[in-house]
Design a protein around this ligand. Structure first.
Ligand code: CA
Length: 579
């Protein structure tokens, strides 16, 4: 009897261990806090919530990268071959990658074996401004969470792909959509909204990541009421302080790109887009909090500080670009800094504890709208380079502006290496003819009051990957690319910087010198965000390939230059061959 009992105990123990083995580990707050250091996974957008996009892996390095070889590739399939701007996540042997048209794929990270696909059923009336892209997901507990183009947030069981909860972020019929990667901060899922070209009102929101229940909401245009736990939580700013009349009611400031979170200051940093409409003559004033970086308390949703990079934006410069936390030694002092390469052409360094301006230096060759920034952090604007007010007959005076509204840097995230102490910024050199037109707000209709044509500035290149020293703003090296750069950057301890090109290559550069060391042709334009991780002692690199995004849709004369690039939709995974 005793033998039998022991045998059955042993069997149930084996069964328990087998079950534990197939049951994947949940993603914890600790996993998220350690993501910048952990090398066996990538559980956040940004490789750590501070957004440095730096990996401490160095097996793939300046010596070995020439041998980097594809291990497997996976096609997103279907007829939905459009821009693939996603950053993959890797956890417990599975890759989670989003695709165009709000799709999410779970794949075995070693073999590429398909596990499951979630495909959002999108309504006909969605209004994405800039292609049907998605930038990535968030992982928390047993969930993988991502946003869809009809402005919904979906949480899926990360083992099965089954919907656990689904929430509406906003009304897609009013022009709202969602394409950024959500962020997890202390058990909350943090999101923004897209739709700045439709007169929506931007906001940042926090939900219980396990249930999707709203905790707080913070509108990003002055005059709108925030909420906390279902109760009013104060108006954003002061009504009519920087907006005339009722213009703030449809004031834009879309939070269409993801934020970053700095645990040292316990602040969420979120960028906001253009004030609406683009025609700035309809809304004299600074138009807070458009084209700004906001520091938000993750526990209450209150704005702790703000810094506006383009006051009274009249060029659709937005200000959504990510603020990346880093520690900077300057004049013998350690500064808790944050850096932002803004669409308006300037590279900003702020004190991230209080938003105090430290420096702004141009990172492109031409900035017509302002000659620089004064020591208080205000732009020295060139008034004659603002497009003129519409006249009785219609269109106002057209001006040539550089950068173009697609930005000196658009959504594509930069990287920072604590080794080289340099930022790696995917920049573009282009300008535009821009003019204003009369406009009035209509729900769900484009709300620009402007027209434009984008033009390259130079014959031989548009894109430029630039290594910037944040203490001086000096460009240490640059790599020039014929087509505009539209993909994210990854820096590694192996002294490497990775980024993709519309011409189809994933490329690796020496982080100190900019020397190109490796490239691989993926078959379509690369506008995805590369990541790296380690499994079984080997270092892997992955990137999504698939041309698209805003450039072919809005790029004017630049779009003509890139019209022959093939569409795609693949995830590529690389490693070094076993010696
Ligand atoms: Ca915009």
């Amino acid at each position: 009897m005793a033998f039998k009992r022991n045998l059955s105990k042993a069997i149930s123990l084996v069964a328990f261990l087998a079950a534990a083995d197939v049951m994947a580990r949940p993603v914890t707050d600790e996993d998220i806090a350690n993501d910048a250091k952990a090398t066996d996974s990538v559980v956040t957008y940004g490789i750590g919530t501070q957004g440095q996009r730096f990996s401490s892996l160095d097996k793939v390095n300046t010596e070995t990268v020439a041998k980097l070889t594809p291990v497997w590739a996976y096609s997103f399939g279907g007829e939905k071959m459009r821009g693939q701007e996603s950053q993959p996540l890797i956890h417990d042997g599975t890759i989670y990658v989003t695709g165009s048209y709000s799709r999410l794929f779970a794949l075995d990270a070693r073999t590429g074996q398909h596990k499951w696909t979630y495909e959002a059923r999108l309504p006909d009336g969605i209004m994405p401004c800039c292609d049907v892209i998605n930038r990535g997901a968030a992982l928390y507990d047993n969930l993988v969470i991502f946003g869809t183009l009809d402005a919904k947030l979906v949480a899926l069981d990360k083992e099965t792909g089954k919907v656990v909860w689904k929430k509406e972020l906003e009304d897609y019929k009013a022009g709202y959509s969602f394409s950024a990667a959500p962020m997890i901060v202390k058990g909350k899922v943090i999101t923004g909204v897209s739709g700045g070209e439709f007169g929506i009102v931007g906001k940042v929101e926090a939900r219980d990541a396990k249930t999707g229940e709203l905790i707080w909401s913070r509108p990003t245009v002055e005059g709108h009421m925030g909420t906390l736990n279902g109760k009013d939580n104060g108006i954003t700013g002061t009504t009519n302080a920087s907006w005339p009349g009722d213009m703030w009611k449809t004031g834009g400031a879309a939070t269409w790109l993801g934020g970053t979170y700095d645990p040292e200051t316990n602040l969420i940093f979120y960028g906001t887009g253009n004030p609406a409409p683009w025609n700035s003559h309809t809304r004299p004033g600074d138009n807070l909090y458009s084209s700004s970086t906001l520091a938000i308390d993750p526990d209450t949703g209150k704005i702790v500080w703000h810094y506006q990079t383009t006051p009274h934006d009249g060029w659709d410069f937005d200000g959504v670009n990510e603020l990346v936390s880093f520690d900077m030694m300057k004049d013998g002092k350690l500064i808790k800094a944050g850096a932002k390469a803004d669409r308006n052409g300037f590279f900003f360094v702020l004190d991230r504890t209080n938003g105090k301006f430290i420096s702004a230096t141009p990172f492109v060759t031409k900035t017509t709208w302002a000659t620089g920034f004064d020591s208080a952090g205000k732009p020295k604007v060139v008034p004659e380079n603002r497009p003129g007010a519409p006249v009785a007959e219609g269109k106002g005076k057209s001006v040539f502006s550089a950068p173009a509204f697609l930005g000196a840097k658009n959504w594509m995230p930069m990287a920072y290496s604590p080794d080289t102490k340099l930022f790696y910024v995917p920049a573009n050199e282009w300008g535009m003819d821009i003019w204003n037109e009369p406009i009035s707000y209509k729900k769900g209709a484009a709300y620009l009051g402007a027209g434009f044509t984008i033009k390259p500035l130079y014959e031989d290149y548009i894109g430029a990957l630039r290594a910037i020293d944040p203490t001086t703003g000096k460009i240490v090296w640059e790599y020039k690319n014929p087509a505009p750069l539209w993909g994210g950057v990854l820096a590694t301890k192996g002294n490497l910087v990775f980024t993709g090109t519309p011409e189809g290559f994933l490329k690796a550069f020496d982080a100190k010198t900019g020397k190109e060391l490796w490239k691989f042709q993926t078959g379509s334009g690369v506008v995805g965000v590369p990541v790296t991780w380690e499994a079984d002692g080997e270092q892997y690199v992955a990137v999504a390939s698939g041309w698209g995004g805003a450039v072919p849709l809005w790029g004017g004369e630049v779009a003509k230059k890139v019209k022959d690039i093939s569409q795609g939709g693949m995830l590529w995974v690389f490693k070094l061959p076993k010696s």
